[in-house]
Design a protein around this ligand. Structure first.
Ligand SMILES: *[C@@H]1O[C@H](CO)[C@@H](O)[C@H](O)[C@H]1NC(C)=O
Ligand SMILES: *[C@@H]1O[C@H](CO)[C@@H](O)[C@H](O)[C@H]1NC(C)=O
Ligand SMILES: *[C@@H]1O[C@H](CO)[C@@H](O)[C@H](O)[C@H]1NC(C)=O
Length: 162
């Protein structure tokens, strides 16, 4: 998520920056009426044309960046859950296969159990995975924050589907 957010805000910043060049010229031509507006429009056009050569590639690039960020927003989210699943398969199934708990049977990863033990919350799962709890080992040294966030989201999303 943070990756998408930074891409979007980055693209938005560039777009906003490009917008600053264009917007100030608009009030100048907008209030003008009749014949004079043709000249005004012409001068605005040539002004904009000269300016456009400097900002246009940037704006187009930013627009594509924003488009790509918007278009890929869903797949990126899906990929995070996919990565979460991969992390889960590699690091959690030893004790939590099928959402079960082979050590403390009642502390399953199913929604009912998570709710009962106050863990039906991505933040609480992140904390549990990072620091461990009881007989569950800590993963704070083994997994990066992104992998922990992904696996926590995977567990949370899977809780009512095991
Ligand atoms: C735990 O997950 C990480 C990240 O996907 C992976 O690199 C590592 O090999 C996994 N650990 C095990 C024991 O599979
Ligand atoms: C999980 O536990 C249930 C019973 O609580 C059992 O039926 C199921 O086979 C277990 N799943 C796995 C993958 O061990
Ligand atoms: C496990 O987590 C629960 C709820 O967050 C907490 O009350 C408890 O003290 C934790 N146990 C250990 C051993 O850290």
């Amino acid at each position: 998520m943070s990756r998408v957010a930074s891409i979007v805000s980055g693209a938005a910043l560039v777009l906003f920056g490009a917008g600053c060049f264009v917007v100030p010229s608009m009030p100048r031509s907008a209030p003008e009426q009749g014949v004079r507006s043709v000249a005004a429009t012409e001068s605005t056009k040539s002004f904009t044309a000269t300016e456009s050569s400097s900002w246009s590639p940037l704006a187009i690039g930013a627009a594509f960046g924003l488009l790509a960020a918007v278009v890929t927003a869903q797949p990126v989210l899906a990929a995070d859950l996919e990565n979460g699943e991969a992390v889960f398969q590699g690091n959690c199934t030893a004790c939590h296969a099928g959402g079960n708990n082979s050590i403390v049977a009642e502390k399953k990863l199913k929604k009912d159990a998570l709710v009962t033990y106050g863990k039906y919350d991505v933040g609480a799962i992140i904390k549990q995975v990072t620091n461990g709890n009881g007989s569950m080992p800590a993963f704070g040294d083994k997994l990066g924050p992104d992998d922990i966030e992904d696996v926590a989201n995977y567990v949370y999303n899977k809780a009512d589907k095991w």
